[in-house]
Design a protein around this ligand. Structure first.
Ligand SMILES: [Mn+2]
Length: 298
């Protein structure tokens, strides 16, 4: 760029606004998927990835909570996936293909949704490569309907599909559940919000650690948070978890478990309400820090 001209390059447009990104050296590869088509209440999670990326470019990269800069592990953001509106099955197949490519390159995929249905594609890709994994599922909803409105692939059935791949799923923060699943669930595998609050973080973390395998996949639906803190979701449920509690839990899990893949879904931005966008961005950033910044030099 000529010295005499007061021109400036556009700041980097990627998750966390990182400079000098390299796919080769990145540990985490972010796949934004601006897709929603099976929502049953408020549409708009297709706007989620962009709102989170916009906010994320303004967060401080140093984190006192982590004691370092989590971005140093290398976080590479891919171009957003093109939504395939022909059917949820085709969209899921697309996610499976791209996540599979990320896994084959030895990297940790981070799927940035978009609606929860996308998780199925990520898990299909993972299952084809590794079956010895536990799933940790943060969500206000159990998402365990076998079908809804005749559809097998949609946001309210995602955990039923996931259980067909990985029966070992631990659910946290649930407070909305269908009667059929409520009648047959394993109480050791479902931590209702009351359990989460009654046990407290330390006890909860020790139960999570003892009941999951060394390798985990984490699926995080933003509606697990309390709507007072996180109103920007498609299907809000009262009486949720708080940001600080989630962070403590992530620290606890991240200190012992190996992350194989992760998704953050169901973020549905509300125009002119910016705080939730920042919360989402920071939660993603710190979660990566909890799992990946162990021993990472400053
Ligand atoms: Mn949910």
């Amino acid at each position: 760029m000529p010295d005499k001209m007061p021109l400036r390059a556009m700041p980097n447009y990627n998750l966390f606004g990182l400079e000098d990104q390299s796919y080769e050296s990145a540990k985490v590869v972010v796949l934004p998927v601006p897709y929603d088509s099976t929502v049953t209440y408020k549409a708009g999670t297709r706007e989620g990835p962009q709102a989170i990326i916009n906010a994320s470019r303004n967060i401080e990269l140093y984190s006192y909570e982590i004691g370092g800069d989590p971005s140093k592990v290398g976080i590479y953001t891919l171009q957003s996936m093109e939504p395939d509106m022909s059917s949820p099955e085709n969209m899921v197949a697309g996610v499976k293909k791209e996540v599979g490519m990320i896994l084959d390159d030895g990297k940790i995929p981070l799927v940035l949704g978009g609606e929860h249905t996308l998780t199925i594609g990520a898990l299909q890709a993972l299952k084809a490569r590794n079956s010895d994994i536990s799933i940790i599922h943060f969500d206000a909803h159990s998402d365990t309907r076998q079908e809804l409105f005749g559809a097998k692939y949609m946001h309210a059935t995602v955990i039923s599909r996931a259980m067909e791949l990985y029966p070992d799923i631990l659910q946290l923060g649930v407070r909305s559940i269908d009667a059929e699943y409520a009648s047959r669930l394993d109480r050791d595998r479902v931590m209702f919000i009351d359990d989460v609050k009654r046990l407290g973080t330390d006890e909860l973390v020790s139960r999570i650690l003892s009941s999951t395998k060394e390798k985990i996949y984490l699926t995080f639906d933003f509606d697990v948070l309390d709507p007072a803190e996180m109103p920007s979701v498609g299907t809000p449920e009262p009486n949720g978890m708080r940001f600080g509690d989630v962070l403590s839990i992530m620290k606890g899990i991240g200190s012992e478990k190996k992350l194989c893949g992760i998704d953050f879904v169901e973020f549905c931005p509300i125009p002119y309400l910016h705080a939730p966008d920042f919360l989402a961005a920071k939660l993603i950033y710190l979660t990566l820090g909890c799992f990946l910044s162990r021993g990472t030099p400053e």
